[in-house]
Design a protein around this ligand. Structure first.
Ligand code: NAD
Length: 331
């Protein structure tokens, strides 16, 4: 099978590529998908990094195309000859979308539509659209099921919701074989150090402080990136066309709880935490019901949170050469 992975040089896309090519963060066991050849299409924005693909870059099964998913003629050439598209490429950071939403609408909505059109033209057998729990907005109690109405609150989540609906519309209108995944917050190695886990860990490893939004009571479900990719592989291979599948860890934490765990894992105390003004429109709680993927596809997370966080801290401790220059470039 020939698989095109958009955004394959980013945090989650690169784990998917490493997994397809036999070098995931944790041993994956037998995969439900085979990938004779993998093509990465990536614009290499600030969060795309070819070093994320270093463990698999030399192999003959990987081709890397540096380009934009909004570039119609390039996308047309690249999509040709692939059986499956797994679409990760996106602008992904909520805070950036609050400061400037334009790139989010362009890449997340227009870029997805450009890929969907190319998939239609070339008869791509399956289009896996990777999305997020943030499209539902915020939920005080209970958990979202896949048929829950979308009510996104940030420009990021609104642009992802738009792309989800477009992908599903191409299934209903044109019969394109589309599956959509919506996942909770990911953590793990190779995550650009602006997101909370790598930001906090690298600040703490540098002897600095960490900024905690508002009262720290916002709740998120956390899943190791490796388990997210295992879930996507199951959906790619066995998901039903036109369906949405949640992927989550079942481990909800307030930001204060998460901070406490990261402080402990880095051997630091609460004196290193600086409260900061809350993010505008900050969703209070996300919670996914993952019964569908468990029951239909047999998914279960494998990386227990404390072990995953400890391994993640160890990875950032051991890979300063990866994140040091990225943080320096941000200053
Ligand atoms: P990331 O920012 O680390 O990676 C995004 C990748 O897309 C980068 O390699 C970047 O260069 C590439 N890219 C951006 N614009 C592009 C364009 N116009 N053309 C081609 N490539 C482009 O993001 P991530 O955290 O790996 O997220 C990947 C996907 O997973 C996104 O669609 C995101 O919405 C979704 N998701 C993320 C999380 C999370 O916790 N990080 C959770 C659920 C879903």
């Amino acid at each position: 099978m020939r698989v095109l992975v958009t955004g394959g040089a980013g945090f989650i896309g690169s784990e998917y590529v490493r997994m397809l090519l036999g070098q995931p963060v944790y041993p994956a066991g037998p995969l439900p998908v085979d990938a004779a050849a993998v093509t990465v299409l990536d614009k290499l924005t600030y969060s795309g990094n070819l070093q994320n693909l270093a463990p698999v870059r030399k192999g003959p099964r990987l081709r890397i195309v540096h380009g934009d998913i909004c570039d119609t003629s390039l996308v047309d050439q690249v999509v040709a000859g692939h059986d499956v598209i797994v679409h990760f490429a996106a602008e992904s950071h909520v805070d950036r979308s609050i400061a400037n939403a334009a790139a989010f609408v362009t890449t997340n909505v227009l870029g997805t539509q450009t890929l969907l059109d190319a998939a239609l033209r070339h008869g791509t057998r399956r289009f896996v659209h990777v999305s997020t729990d943030e499209v539902y907005g915020s939920i005080d109690s209970g958990s979202w099921t896949e048929d829950w109405p979308l009510a996104p609150n940030s420009p990021y989540s609104a642009s992802k919701a738009g792309s989800d609906l477009l992908a599903l519309a191409y299934h209903r209108t044109h019969g394109l074989d589309v599956v959509v995944t919506r996942c909770s917050n990911n953590y793990g190695p190779y995550q650009y150090p602006e997101k909370v886990v790598p930001l906090f860990v690298t600040n703490l490893l540098d002897g600095g402080t960490v900024p905690l939004y508002g009262d720290g009571g916002n709740v998120r479900d956390w899943l190791h990136v490796h388990d997210h990719c295992r879930g996507i592989a199951l959906v790619q291979e066995k998901g039903r066309a036109g369906e949405v599948y949640h992927i989550g860890g079942g481990t909800e934490l307030t930001n204060r709880d998460l901070t406490a765990r990261l402080l402990a894992a880095c051997g630091a105390g609460w004196d290193r935490v600086v409260p900061v003004t809350d993010r505008k429109g900050h969703d209070r709680r996300y919670s996914l019901n993952i019964d569908k993927i468990r029951q239909e596809l047999g998914f279960a997370p494998t990386v227990e949170l404390d072990r995953g966080l400890a391994d993640t801290v160890a990875w950032y401790r051991d890979n300063r050469a990866w994140w040091g220059p990225l943080k320096k470039a941000r200053q």
